[in-house]
Design a protein around this ligand. Sequence first.
Ligand code: AMP
Ligand code: DBH
Length: 535
Amino acid sequence: MSPDWPRLPDEDLRSYRNQGFREERTLSLLLREQAAARSGATALVSRSGRLTYAELDARVDRLAHGLSGLPVRAGERVLVRLPNREEYVVTLFALLRIGAVPVLALPSLGPAEVESLAETSGACALVVADRYGRTDPREEAARIAERLPRVRHVLVAGDPGEAPARSLASLDPGTAPRREEAAHPEDLALLLLSGGTTGTPKLIPRTHADYGYNARASAQACGTGPDTVYLAVLPVAHNFTMVSPGIVGVLAAGGTVVLCPDPSPTTAFPLIARERVTLTSLVPALVPSWLEEAGRTREDLSPLRTLQVGGARLDEGTARRIGPELGCRLQQVFGMAEGLNSYTALDAPEETVCTTQGRPLSPADEVLVVDESGEPVPPGTAGELLTRGPYTLRGYYRARELDALRFTPDGFYRTGDLVLRTPEGDLVVVGRIKDQVNRAGEKIAAVEVEEHLLSLPGVRSAALVGVPDPHLGERSIAFLTAEGPAPSREEVRAALLRRGAAPFKVPDEVRSIPALPLTGAGKVDKRRLREMSTG
Ligand code: AMP
Ligand code: DBH
């Protein structure tokens, strides 16, 4: 039987370790050490209140105890789908402490996607919130648990609703002994969801050693320390909010994490003022509303020192407004849940900060920019970014066939991103060759939506493309050919939601055309479709 995920070759592992490019402690030990060093300092602030490091660490021990009593065992996968609330952080570290493997799901996923994640990962438990917007994730979890016999437990942050679901609070024994770490640093720590280019979700395996290094090296690159107060605005399950430097990096550095329940500036600004937030991270789509609100707010934003922006292309005009209008410095971040993180330096010239995505985090990150035949291109020329390094995956979880396509034989990950390197050595992301729409930082696999579209009565062929949009970065347009009357956008929307797709995957526009244009090789010509939609 082939292993669930390909590890680093021994030789590379040894070399990275010798150079200090792997973390030698588990992720929950990083928290434990800060709890010992600064027990009374504030670790976490949320709507539920404030927790010191000692309190957070004790809560983690207690939930770890409750979870192992269920039992959830080391190595078992647990799907965690929680919004930005205290229970997320406690659950994450409790699972890590007992060596169980959290599968991080964004709350915005649709029910079919959550189910398919639970199935692919073989999750033994689902952790959901008692509400999310207008939806009730508990009902959805109950249905998934009914269909997947491997799912033994549904655990709820807040009111558990109907049995057999249980609240996370009911697992807290009140007191519990200190628990030893169950995992080895080179064990699988968690599974992340990839933005995806195929219909089924791809799971990204990350070890304690690589994720911990990613978080701690990022914390260093971002000047994070005990004085840092980080506002988690984007969904907590987003890799950006987790390790760039995010929740894990900030807690590992002894700083404070403040959870923002939603990304609107009217929610965030009072928190920035009250908690004296020094660092936060946004996707580009949120920046205009933050700038606009900064012009009229009466909240004191002066504590904010750095605004990180990443996840999608930030246009230069908006980038240049951030410093003067928010009174803080910009740091561009180019990252991926698969690994590689690239940052503009905190002291880089404004030109570099506003026009590039900076440099890879680790001296051991290898970056190649290649043309279609795999040959390196000269600086200033765009090509596909290939990367390999101490915290970048060598293959997906339980997906050996896919690995052959997404990795080179010598282990480089084919990012699908089109980049160029400036003569100074900074990376600029200029586009994408992977078939994906990046809508406000949420990645939509074109094939996935196309499959949904093809299920509609009368639809003969379908193609989804992304086109530039001033607010979303990219908006999605579905081109259809249909026998008889083509479905309206409303019908497409209803069908996608009925099929369990996330609302953000509903095409922003639906156009019916007589035939899809084809390339010489007979593939749907998406470039032509993009021209048709803008021209
Ligand atoms: P994911 O696979 O969901 O983790 O998304 C990672 C992808 O987001 C990258 O491969 C890029 O396509 C895109 N991305 C992330 N950060 C940036 C950025 N700063 N500029 C442009 N694209 C970005
Ligand atoms: O888009 C991303 O996935 C991303 C963006 C910025 C990321 O994973 C990261 C930083 O770590």
